[in-house]
Design a protein around this ligand. Structure first.
Ligand code: FES
Length: 110
C-alpha cells in the first residue's frame, strides 16, 4: 500500500524553485518544472547537503556544493562526484487550478 500525503498546494510551488517538505520524517525537495511536479529526496547522495538549495534545469536538480545534477524523474546523477542515485517518490495532483493539492508517497510500494 502506498500512502499519499498532502504536502503543498500547487500555488505554493514556483516554477523551478524547489521547496523542502517532510513526509514521515523524510526530507523531500518538491520541484515544479516543465508542467509537472517531482519529489526527490532532499539529501544529496554524495554528502549531507540539501538539494532544495540547488538550481533546477532540464528536469534535473543540481547540488550546490559540488555540482552533481540529479534527474528528477529517476534520481540518477548525470556526473561526478556523486555516483549513487537519490530516491524519487511518486507525486499525485488532486483537484484543479492553483488550489490543487500536491501529494507524495514515500512508501514506494504500489
Ligand atoms: S554534496 Fe552534492 S555533489 Fe557533493
Amino acid at each position: 500500500m502506498s500512502a499519499f500525503v498532502r504536502v503543498a498546494s500547487l500555488a505554493e510551488l514556483e516554477e523551478d524553485t524547489p521547496k523542502r517538505v517532510e513526509v514521515d520524517g523524510t526530507p523531500i525537495s518538491l520541484v515544479r518544472t516543465e508542467g509537472e511536479v517531482f519529489a526527490i529526496n532532499d539529501i544529496c547522495s554524495h554528502a549531507n547537503v540539501s538539494l532544495s538549495e540547488g538550481e533546477v534545469e532540464d528536469c534535473a536538480i543540481e547540488c550546490w556544493l559540488h555540482g552533481s545534477s540529479f534527474d528528477l524523474r529517476t534520481g540518477k546523477p548525470s556526473g561526478l562526484p556523486a555516483t549513487q542515485p537519490v530516491p524519487v517518490y511518486p507525486v499525485k495532483i488532486e483537484g484543479e487550478g492553483p488550489d490543487a493539492a500536491v501529494l507524495v508517497s514515500v512508501t514506494q510500494e504500489s
